[in-house]
Design a protein around this ligand. Structure first.
Ligand code: G3I
Length: 494
């Protein structure tokens, strides 16, 4: 039989709920709080002589989240490629009418923030204005149009202001034949060589690069590129490097073949640039995020192992601005939170997550989102709750991580030997019951608070990218995106 509800108890419950709602609403962030900087060192501070770059999007200075974009850009990267602003349609939209206003802003941002600049791109079949693509040219008139474009664009940033130029972009088909384009069709095979010679005459210092996609491993297309570079080197046509764009999927590529491919270009005496890396995944499951991180990490490792590999660039900052819509392809999520792929690069560049400060005594964990509530347990289930009796349920000893002493574990003060751990997305207080994975399931990496860097967040040792957080009153293990979830995964140790 059900117990009758005792009226004062009911009143108390209603009152508690009201207070919780009011207090809770006071601490709900009104708008998306800026994401905290990732833990550990910034990529550009770790990269040594390897340039670490990104593609800068159009009008990044006037977007609603411009401040956050610029903060990540200037702190993480030391190499900048305008994603669209230096292309032909932006710089010479009608014949002999040169417009550099947009591109100048990218250059100035890079220069202000100590970044080198990668010009992209002088001669390409795409983003080419109709007046070029559909003009009625003969070989001489089109060559002159191409020369004029190269001269005026390269000379606009003279004196080595542009560290490297993609002189020609994507001129081969997958089978190694030349791609049809107005340049190929009207001028013929020599258009690439003519463009490189002209670019060298316009700027004797900048690096001259040929850039393409699906040329990462040894295949018909990369072999055509190889034969062209070998021929250029033999005949003294100026070329300094090749760009491997690196638009990949979570399945990755054959990394031994990548290494072999880079080595054969190095042997020709040219440099290798990873120019546009992104890695598409269909959804942000833990497994996909980890697979993506592995692809980034493997490519970086091969680049680092090859002395001729000079730069590693990602094709954008947060996922939401990637040209690969819905593919979650970059190293920051939509809210600028660092993804496992970011940390994979950080680790690959030699960085490490700082060892948590050893904590002695016991701690209570105050919720950022509901600051009158604390992480506690009731029986075996972990909750976020007001600090009502028994008080001991909200006290934990923070001890070296059971699975890794660089991380931490939470041991209950009330029940020594029982630890906060996750089981199928839920958080429990448990003793080691012999379950496989107990130790790593009970181990957490302390990170800067996702909602406020003065606080802390706890990432699962076992599942990077999944955080200790609460959903209403219950503690869960979950991925975090969006300001509310960030606040739900943020705690203060008291
Ligand atoms: O600027 C116009 C805007 O005025 C207009 O309202 C809007 C409507 O569609 O389009 C805007 O232009 C878009 C431009 O990006 C700037 O956002 C174009 O439609 C769009 O096609 C263009 O896409 C770019 C794509 O190259 C074009 O081929 C992507 O941002 C850019 O990431 C991508 O980059 C290329 C590299 O240059 C070469 N390698 C492959 C890589 C990925 O495709």
């Amino acid at each position: 039989m059900r117990k009758p509800i005792h009226r004062p108890a009911l009143r108390h419950a209603v009152l508690t709920l009201l207070v919780a709602l009011i207090v809770g609403s006071l601490y709900l962030p009104a708008s998306a709080a800026p994401a905290a900087a990732p833990s550990g060192q910034r990529l550009r501070n770790l990269s040594g002589s390897l340039l670490i770059g990104f593609a800068s999007m159009n009008n990044f200075w006037s977007m609603s989240d411009s401040a956050q974009y610029q903060e990540v850009a200037r702190t993480e990267f030391n190499f900048l490629t305008p994603e669209n602003a230096m292309k032909w349609d932006a710089t010479e939209p009608s014949q002999n009418n040169f417009t550099f206003g947009q591109a100048d802003q990218h250059v100035s941002f890079a220069q202000t923030n100590g970044m080198k600049i990668h010009g992209h791109t002088l001669v390409w079949h795409a983003q080419l204005p109709d007046w070029v693509a559909y003009g009625s040219w003969n070989s001489t008139t089109l060559t002159n149009v191409m020369y004029n474009h190269i001269d005026r664009v390269v000379n606009h940033w003279a004196d080595g202001q542009i560290f490297a130029w993609d002189v020609v972009n994507e001129a081969f088909n997958e089978n190694g034949t030349r791609r049809s384009s107005v340049f190929q069709n009207v001028i013929g095979n020599s258009f690439i060589e003519l463009a490189f010679r002209r670019a060298r005459a316009a700027d004797p210092v900048t690096k001259l690069i040929y850039n393409d996609y699906n040329v990462e491993t040894v295949n018909a297309k990369s072999t055509a590129m190889y034969n062209m570079v070998a021929d250029f080197k033999r005949r003294g046509v100026p070329i300094d490097g090749v760009g491997l764009q690196m638009h990949l999927s979570g399945n990755g590529i054959d990394y031994n073949s990548l290494a072999q491919n880079m080595q054969r270009f190095a042997a020709l005496g040219v440099e290798v640039y990873i120019t546009e890396m992104d890695v598409g995944i269909s959804s942000t499951t833990q497994a996909n995020l980890q697979a993506q991180a592995n692809v980034y990490s493997n490519v970086l490792a091969r680049c680092k192992a090859q002395p001729a590999c000079k730069a590693f660039q990602v094709w954008g900052i947060p996922d939401k601005y990637s040209w690969r819509t819905g593919e979650n392809a970059l190293i920051f999520d939509n809210n600028y939170n660092a993804k496992p792929a970011y940390y994979a690069l950080q680790t690959g560049l030699g960085g490490s997550t700082p060892t948590p400060t050893p904590v002695t005594g016991t701690r209570r964990m105050q919720s950022y989102n509901f600051q009158s509530r604390y992480l506690r347990h009731q029986g075996y289930r972990a909750r976020i709750d007001e600090n009502v009796s028994p008080f001991e349920d909200s006290q934990f000893r923070i001890v070296p991580g059971l699975a890794n002493s660089g991380a931490i574990s939470f041991e209950s003060v009330n029940f020594p030997g029982r630890y906060l751990r996750h089981r199928n997305g839920e958080i429990w207080l448990d003793a080691n019951d012999g379950t496989a994975g107990f130790r790593s399931d009970a181990t957490w990496n302390r990170r800067a608070g996702l909602a406020n860097s003065g606080w802390s967040s706890y990432e699962s040792y076992n599942y990077p990218g999944q955080y200790l957080r609460h959903s209403n009153y219950l503690m869960i293990l979950g991925a975090v995106s969006g300001s509310l979830q960030q606040a739900d995964a943020t705690f203060r140790e008291q």
